[in-house]
Design a protein around this ligand. Structure first.
Ligand SMILES: [Zn+2]
Length: 289
């Protein structure tokens, strides 16, 4: 307890010094002070400045062929959100199983990847996989079956979910709340890619950054910004050096090289491990709902 208080005091001092140095800092009353206290009490393992989650959606061949070998070369663990109807799941199940056995996380990305077919850029949504015509009960049943299928692949029973397209509104309303009890954390919705404070992070609606065509320097800049805020960045990649919404193998490699060279500053781990830590922290307890 004394050790904890001493650490807390030292962090308060550090934070106060940083704030005093910031011309943008304006005291706005007790709520602001409480938020700062909550943030000050939040700590990443090993004194890291920020957490970094590298996730890869949709179960794509380029992830098995390019992303996983690169992660393994650097000893970094990622999270692979499998759309369970994606052909590479059936065709290469042993490869996904081997990735899980090697410490990567297999996450749930639904069976059929229902997204809203409305709005610009959604011509690709097939009518029978349109979230706008799928009930929330159908989504619940399918996502839970997804957990069963993933357990059959990797034998694990703790899971995280990424809502396809980050869309959540099915027929009957938001389909996520009935799923909360079955997941450690969920990525969904739109919001800032890098949270301003960990107190602002809802474990069941974590927002994410989905880079497409980004350079290595741009990806590294995002990590550094998370470090400056003392929070986290959850990347949502798709193809790596191929497939859709892709980032080049070179940009991905530059990011991994940076993360591997700065492990003490940036805690890169599976989304599951990061969010288990967040939920154990005072600021990370999910609100009663
Ligand atoms: Zn997806």
């Amino acid at each position: 307890m004394h050790h904890f208080l001493a650490r807390l005091a030292s962090r308060v001092t550090l934070r106060a010094g940083m704030l005093a140095a910031s011309a943008a800092f304006v005291m706005t009353g007790p709520a602001q002070a409480a938020a700062q206290l909550a943030d000050t009490a939040f700590a990443w393992p090993g004194g890291a400045r920020a957490a970094v989650s590298l996730a890869y959606d949709d179960a794509l061949d380029s992830q098995l062929d390019n992303a996983i070998p690169a992660l393994d070369r650097h000893g970094i663990k990622g999270t692979f959100y499998l759309q369970l109807s994606s052909p590479p799941v059936a065709a290469r199940m042993q490869d996904w199983r081997a990735a899980a056995a090697n410490g990567h996380e297999l996450g749930n990305h639904s069976l059929f990847h229902q997204c809203s077919g409305a709005g610009p850029g959604r011509d690709w949504v097939e009518p029978h996989r349109d979230l706008d015509t799928t009930t929330r009960e159908q989504m619940r049943d399918q996502v839970l079956l997804g957990n069963t299928m993933l357990a059959a692949i990797d034998g694990r029973h703790e899971r995280t979910y990424t809502a396809p397209c980050f869309d959540v509104k099915a027929v009957g309303g938001d389909y996520l709340p009935p799923l909360h009890a079955h997941f450690v954390a969920i990525k969904a919705g739109n919001g800032p890619a890098i949270p301003a404070s960990m107190a602002a992070v809802d474990p069941f609606r974590v927002t994410s950054h989905a880079p497409v065509g980004a350079s290595g320097a741009e990806l590294i800049a995002q990590v550094k910004q998370a470090g400056e805020r003392g929070t986290m960045i959850a990347f949502t990649f798709h193809g790596i050096g191929g497939d859709h919404l892709s980032v080049s193998s070179q940009a991905h490699e530059e990011l991994l090289r940076f993360l591997a060279a700065h492990r003490e500053q940036y805690w890169t781990d599976t989304f599951l491990n990061i969010m288990k830590h967040v939920r154990q922290q005072p600021a990370g307890k999910p609100a009663a709902r």
